[in-house]
Design a protein around this ligand. Structure first.
Ligand code: FPP
Length: 238
């Protein structure tokens, strides 16, 4: 494998399931929150790396619909961490021309969290560099059901339904589907993430747990992606 990225074959959109914070902390005899706190460092470095490598869209699965089943203490601490991280990073997002976007059932998040996210999205809305999307209180099944409900509300007819129209009802409307989906921590599952959008994504799994993930790991994933032959159901081309 080469150790440099082919700048002509950069994926437009990379999605990441950040997994393994809890196990990473447990290995060190620390609390799960120690893992999440260190996960923020990985987020920072990965976002900077994505900008450096010319990624246009980076989507991070930060909190799933299923994560609401965790103990209240962990949920509260995670929400506080989200608020403080957004607060601390907004200036950097502006400086780096990054636009923040959020997908998921945002109304389920604590008010304080919604307010901080809204503020940051407003301050970064005109940025033209990378779009950083945080998936919060998000699940692919929730998104699909939500789309169907809105299609019915809008009284769309059977004839009107097409892939293009359906896409317009997804939270990722106007965002290209991810060409690459990365999952950390050695788990080989989709776990209800972007079920429609990953139809043809290349999947990349690494044993590294999220707090240890850095821009160099992102680089390795991109280089690996560049070796794949993407056929989209067609026959072999070489
Ligand atoms: C998965 O590890 C991680 C999460 C559910 C939370 C991710 C949150 C962060 C990285 C920090 C805040 C995020 C932002 C965007 C500032 P896990 O808890 O499922 O780990 P485990 O599988 O080892 O238990």
């Amino acid at each position: 494998m080469t150790d440099s990225i082919n700048t002509k074959k950069i994926p437009k959109h990379i999605a990441i399931t950040m997994d393994g914070n809890g196990r990473w902390a447990k290995e060190k005899g620390k609390s799960r929150m120690f893992g999440h706190n260190n996960g923020v460092k990985a987020v920072r470095d990965t976002v900077e790396g994505a900008v450096e490598y010319g990624i246009q869209y980076l989507t991070l699965f930060a909190f799933s619909t299923e994560n609401w089943k965790r103990p209240k203490m962990e949920i509260d601490a995670l929400m506080s961490l989200l608020v403080s991280s957004i607060h601390d990073e907004t200036k950097t997002l502006i400086k780096n021309n990054i636009r923040l976007k959020v997908i998921g059932n945002i109304l389920q998040l604590p008010k304080k969290c919604q307010k901080k996210l809204d503020e940051c999205m407003l301050l970064t809305k005109d940025n033209t560099g990378m779009t950083l999307t945080l998936a919060l209180s998000y699940s692919g099944k929730w998104e699909l059901l939500n789309a169907i409900k809105n299609i019915i509300k809008d009284k769309r007819t059977e004839k009107e339904i097409s892939e293009e129209l359906f896409q317009q009802y997804l939270t990722t409307k106007n965002v290209p589907d991810p060409e690459l989906l990365i999952r950390t921590s050695g788990e080989h599952r989709i776990s209800n993430f972007m079920l429609w959008q990953i139809a043809y994504s290349e999947l990349y799994f690494t044993d590294k747990k999220w707090p240890d993930f850095r821009r160099n790991d992102l680089k390795n994933a991109i280089i690996n992606f560049q070796t794949r032959e993407r056929r989209f159901g067609k026959t072999y081309t070489k």
